[in-house]
Design a protein around this ligand. Structure first.
Ligand SMILES: [Ca+2]
Length: 165
């Protein structure tokens, strides 16, 4: 019997955009409760979409993420879907990629929500995994980006958040 492998993964993990900006980079930080991070971001001229990416590694505990927002500065419309992680198995918004097959990769959890019932919980060990969402944006426009992040323990950990268009 011959098995043909088509090489089409169900989860596309290599979404990229021409430019990337680092919003936040935390490394080997101590435990802290939910904290609000806010940023402004201007999309690249000629672009029509943006990619928000959360890279997480935590060798001893977990990161918890909730209340992700990206707001259009002209229409004040939210442009990111399911930023509160309240929609379970929502395949049309967030994608979790675990290229190194790390233990304790990211998942939706009801254990550490900040608002609503659910948050995103990530304890990828030894190598990071990442959470991404690609969403439509207007070329050369200012957006307000914010999210709530909690660190459940000290030790070897890293959270790097980037946006690009
Ligand atoms: Ca939530």
């Amino acid at each position: 019997m011959i098995f043909i492998i088509l090489g089409r993964p169900l989860t596309i993990c290599d979404a990229t955009v021409p430019t990337t900006t680092t919003l936040l980079c935390l490394s080997e930080v101590c435990e802290f409760d939910y904290q609000l991070y806010t940023f402004t971001y201007v999309t690249r001229n000629g672009s029509n979409s943006s990619l928000l990416r959360f890279n997480f590694r935590h060798d001893s505990m977990f990161w918890a993420l909730d209340g992700v927002q990206v707001i259009d500065s002209v229409s004040f419309a939210p442009v990111i879907a399911n930023g509160g992680f309240e929609t379970i198995n929502s395949n049309d918004s967030w994608t979790v990629c675990n290229p190194s097959n790390s233990c304790f990769p990211g998942e939706i959890s009801s254990n550490y929500s900040r608002t609503g019932q659910y948050s995103y919980l990530d304890g990828a060990m030894n190598n990071p995994d990442y959470l991404v969402q690609l969403f439509p944006t207007v070329s050369g426009r200012l957006y307000f980006v914010s999210f709530w992040l909690k660190n459940l323990g000290s030790g070897v950990n890293n959270a790097t958040i980037t946006i690009g268009s």
